[in-house]
Ligand binder design. Structure first.
Ligand code: AMP
Length: 219
């Protein structure tokens, strides 16, 4: 099954992907992670992407599409894939559909995590991420047991380069601009579901499991 999680930054897509991975083995492909790896490798594509990434702009479709299709191709055949952060535009959604069709595959379900933008802003401004395992915390609402240290593997926690107020504003504005068309694209195909993302990660995860793996949801 191929799944897409939509929702504003801060709606918990990464957290939910990790929970779903633990419960039903679905593998997350997160465009932000793919781009950060490309930027860190200082490849020509990564260097081009960095100038957009650092200021919270969308990286141009022609860079993102190639990188993400490559990342999806690396997932072993037969594994369930969860896409997080990609597609972000209808052009990306169309390119993804075309690439999957060439591989005899398709998107099976799309879930929009719904969250008011003021809550998203609040979550992003306190967000801390583990440098080694990627676990996500929040200074105020979900702090680690030891300040700036990951509960899971003891890795150092850091604030992302694009989680500062101006970039957060810009990213959420862009999200608002693109989201309706993207949601409409999948809604018209009858594969869109909506989940309220304001609850605790556990509550949201239960709602997602009820969609993706109904037999596991009550377990
Ligand atoms: P994220 O981790 O999903 O919040 O993404 C961080 C940043 O990576 C965004 O602000 C964009 O600069 C870039 N990015 C991630 N996914 C995409 C995408 N699908 N299209 C364009 N840019 C993206």
């Amino acid at each position: 099954m191929n799944i897409i999680l939509l929702g504003p930054q801060g709606s918990g897509k990464g957290t939910q992907a990790a929970l779903l991975n633990a419960r039903v083995g679905v593998v997350q492909v997160a465009s932000g992670d793919v781009l950060r790896a490309a930027i860190q490798s200082a490849s020509p594509l990564g260097l081009k992407a960095k100038s957009y990434y650092d200021v919270g702009e969308l990286v141009p479709d022609e860079l993102v599409i190639g990188l993400l299709i490559e990342a999806i191709d690396q997932v072993p055949a037969g594994t369930d894939v969860l896409l997080d952060g990609f597609p972000r535009t209808v052009a990306q959604a169309r390119a993804l559909d075309a690439a999957l069709a060439e591989r005899g595959s398709t998107i099976d379900k799309v879930v929009e995590l719904r969250l008011p933008l003021d809550v998203a802003k609040e979550r992003l401004s306190g967000r801390l991420v583990c440098r080694t395992c990627g676990a996500v915390y929040n200074e105020r609402t979900r702090p680690p047991r030891v300040p700036r240290v990951c509960d899971i593997d003891g890795g150092p926690l850091y604030q992302r380069a694009d989680d500062y107020p101006e970039a957060i504003e810009k990213r959420l504005k862009i999200w608002e601009r693109e989201n309706d068309a993207l949601v409409g694209y999948y809604e018209s195909r009858g594969i869109l579901e909506r989940v309220d993302a304001q609850g605790s990660p556990e509550d949201v995860s239960r709602d997602l499991l009820a969609i993706f793996a109904p037999s596991d949801a009550s377990a």
